[in-house]
Design a protein. Sequence first.
Length: 75
Amino acid sequence: MKKTQSLLIVLFVLLLGMFTFQDLAIYNVLFNPESTFGWFFESFGELVLAYMGAFSAFALLKINWKKWLRFASGI
């Protein structure tokens, strides 16, 4: 157990050191405005949230349709 913990700590420190210096390069690849890869995931991420919102609104209205009609009509 002690050997495994020390190995994980060393691995974590090495990864932390590596990403300290490589973070800017990764950021430039993923979030470059001319990058097709970054543009695709930016657009796809917004689309997923829009679909989730539309589905949630539809499910809410479908489940509580009678309550919604009473509220909207003022009864």
